[in-house]
Design a protein around this ligand. Structure first.
Ligand code: FMN
Ligand code: SF4
Length: 680
């Protein structure tokens, strides 16, 4: 362990980082009133306690009022931020973790209809595709005030006791000045590279003069926009060298690409099914040629890749951000030689996609992340050992079994299939979604290490469950596709599940109708389009697959557009009938009630699932609580009331979780399980 490259210290000026793993800056949208309060602090402290060397807090903390928060950012332009950042910093310092912050002005990457309704400012009037605001072109008085704002915000962070900060220059105001695509200024701040960089160096100079020499200062920037007409890797190398030569900064934090569109953002921050560590060599090239402390992180999810990044000397600090969202104790497990226990980040990107919809960042399979003030990352042992029966091994059932076992209970699990996974196993049929199995595999391994008994190929009914004499029964039987949603011709449709499982072969001319808006229909469309069929994807929604969200939509579109899939929003599939070899689909618009027809040879539907609740209903009369959940206690994270077994000994507590209640998603099922079972 001592020789582990990841565990070697790194000294930057007066600061020694105790190892080489950092959280790169990421705004999980946990601030309250723009301030990093108790939850924000708890989130960072949990990771600090476990040994991460540096946490780059915030993500895009706003330096100016005309950089309003688009994803609940920290408001670094308010003096009130100082005591909150001080509390967070002191608490992390107690565990030997250095604390910095990312400051930014979002430029055009925000909206004018937020915060104070000021016009958005940039170096041109060009709109950013993702956020849609048409900016004003910065005037000299804007530039002067923005430089002051950066320096003021930096001074606040020094006053709060932080170790340093970085400014953001990929897709935000700073590099909107750098890029010929977004800088249309004339005069000292537009035109030549010198001029386009002028704003950056004036900001850095102003910050340095305010914070002094000891305070660490860096830039997180893109070294290649990867856009025709943008600045390329050669310019990026030149910018890197100038940053070093300026003597104003202490480290570089290298990014590659552009984030002004969803596909661009997804290439910068790759999701599941995309290559691991795609920009590491690029960052390594900059480090080698510039010879300066270099940080980098982009889809480095596993410790082996992180170790390689450091051992090979490509970079000095490696970011493992989503990896720490999935497992905040990653570093503790590395330090203690328990790497096999790390809960893997499966790249589902639920975390990041949620913040772009205005939600908080939650990890698809760690529901305690972002809920540190109510949900535990470490399960405490129970005072009394009880017998817990879990039925179903989808994500909810597996979490229930794991958490019950961590509490020291005797756990027996029934599963009708021959292997664990439920719907996750189905979604993982697509090569691109294979990483999803990490959600199940990690839990299965933990359960096996904790002595859980699994009975596969058993369709458990009341009799099997009661025969175990359980104290608690968790029904996690999931759901089955809804096949009864049409007014007529339900029997003529196949479901998305049929396609994914291989039970139905793709047709030649196919209508895929998506009501649920989750991954299933798009995945099925992908399978069908890849088989060479003509596909029309239709939904009554006004947007495609809203539950899939922005970055997760990217790989689907990249496949489906190439394969010439047609997309038809705002039309609802109403009924089907057969005419000879053809299926005739009646479709209708909610807006006009205009009816149309489609003639195809296959119709694939995704109407979500209906709960498989027979077992639950049959157990209810035998249970002590009739399946009832005390929602007030559930919400605050308190134990459910235990009702003593009746005289017959047959009484038990009964709960159901996940899609066995109603069609939701993986995170919901796992959260159901954690918050019920953590106190059993
Ligand atoms: C919820 C979330 C919010 C993020 N916000 C920011 C941000 O504000 N600024 C930034 O530079 N990067 C942001 N990132 C990107 C991360 O710093 C990091 O570059 C990215 O997650 C890739 O690294 P990883 O694969 O180790 O997670 C964010 C990431 C996540 C998951
Ligand atoms: S939601 Fe997915 S990408 Fe985000 S931390 Fe969790 S496992 Fe990783």
């Amino acid at each position: 362990m001592k020789n582990d490259p990841l565990l070697q210290p790194l000294t930057l000026k007066n600061l020694t980082l105790k190892n080489r793993v950092m959280l790169t800056s990421h705004e999980p949208a946990y601030p309250e009133d723009g301030m990093p309060k108790a939850l924000y602090r708890a989130y960072h402290v949990e990771r600090a306690k476990a040994g991460v060397a540096l946490t780059m807090t915030a993500g895009s903390a706003a330096v100016s009022r005309d950089s309003p928060p688009v994803f609940n950012n920290i408001l670094a332009y308010q003096d009130e931020v100082v005591p909150w950042m001080r509390e967070l910093t002191d608490a992390c310092h107690e565990h030997g973790t250095a604390v910095m912050i990312q400051l930014t002005h979002l430029g055009r990457r925000t909206r004018w209809d937020k915060g104070d309704w000021l016009p958005v400012v940039s170096a041109s009037n060009r709109r950013e595709a993702s956020h849609r605001a048409y900016p004003k072109k910065a005037e000299i008085w804007d530039i002067e005030r923005l430089i002051r704002d950066y320096a003021d915000a930096a001074e606040r962070m020094r006053a709060a006791g932080l170790d340093g900060l970085e400014i953001q220059a990929y897709g935000h105001l700073m590099d909107q000045f750098w890029s010929p695509l977004t800088n249309e200024l004339e005069g000292p701040y537009g035109g030549s590279l010198d001029n386009r960089l002028r704003f950056t160096f004036e900001v850095l100079d102003a910050i340095r003069r305010r914070v002094g020499e000891d305070f660490l200062l860096g830039v997180r920037y893109t070294g290649d926009e990867c856009l025709p007409g943008g600045f390329d890797a050669r310019d990026g190398m030149e910018i890197s060298k100038r940053l070093k030569r300026s003597g104003l900064v202490d480290f570089l934090n290298v990014v590659k690409g552009h984030i002004d569109t969803d596909p661009g953002l997804t290439d910068v921050i790759p999701i599941q099914g995309m290559p691991s560590a795609p920009h590491l060599d690029f960052a390594g090239d900059i480090k080698r040629e510039v010879d300066f402390p270099t940080f980098h992180g982009a889809k480095i999810q596993d410790v082996a890749t992180a170790r390689h990044a450091i051992a090979s000397g490509k970079v000095d600090m490696i970011g493992m951000t989503r990896a720490h969202m999935a497992d905040p104790h990653l570093m503790r497990k590395v330090i203690e030689g328990r790497e096999e226990e790390i809960r893997p980040c499966v790249g589902a990107n639920y975390c990041l996609d949620r913040i772009y919809q205005g939600g908080a960042a939650y990890c698809i399979h760690n529901p305690a992340t972002g809920r540190e003030t109510t949900m535990p990352h470490t399960i405490a042992p129970a005072e009394t050992r009880r017998k817990v029966v879990v039925v179903g091994t989808g994500p909810g059932g597996m979490e229930a079994a794991r958490v019950a076992a961590e509490r020291g209970h005797e756990v027996v699990v029934f599963e009708a299939a021959d292997a664990p996974g439920g719907q996750v196993r189905l979604t993982a049929q697509s090569e691109r979604r294979r990483e999803m199995m990490g959600i199940i595999d990690w839990r299965y391994e933990r359960c096996q290490a904790l002595g859980v008994t699994f009975h596969f190929n058993v369709f458990a009914e009341q009799e099997e469950v009661v025969a175990e004499s359980p104290d608690v029964v968790i029904v996690a039987t999931g759901g089955l596709p809804n096949e009864e949603a049409l007014a007529q011709g339900n029997e003529l449709a196949v479901t998305g599940w049929d396609i994914l499982s291989g039970h139905a072969k793709p047709g030649r001319n196919v209508l895929v109708y998506d009501d649920a808006g989750d991954h299933t229909a798009l995945q099925a469309a992908e399978v069908i389009a890849r088989s060479g069929a003509r596909v029309e994807y239709m939904t009554a929604d006004r947007a495609l697959a809203p539950e899939v969200m922005a970055m997760n939509l990217v790989p689907y579109m990249r496949t489906l557009q190439v394969l010439d899939t047609t997309f038809t929003p705002t039309f609802r599939l109403v009924a089907l009938r057969r005419e000879g070899d053809e299926l005739v689909a009646s479709v209708e618009s909610d807006y006009t009630r205009v009816g149309k027809e489609r003639r195809v040879d296959q119709v694939v539907v995704n109407f979500g699932t209906l709960p498989m609740d027979d077992l639950y209903e049959s157990l209810k009369p035998l249970s002590n609580n009739q399946g009832m959940v005390d929602y007030d206690k559930l919400i605050v994270g308190d134990p459910q009331p235990i009702v003593a077994s009746d005289d017959t000994g047959a009484g038990f507590q009964l709960f159901r979780i996940g899609d066995a209640i109603s069609h939701r998603n993986t995170h919901a099922a796992i959260y159901d399980a954690l918050r019920l079972v953590k106190d059993l």
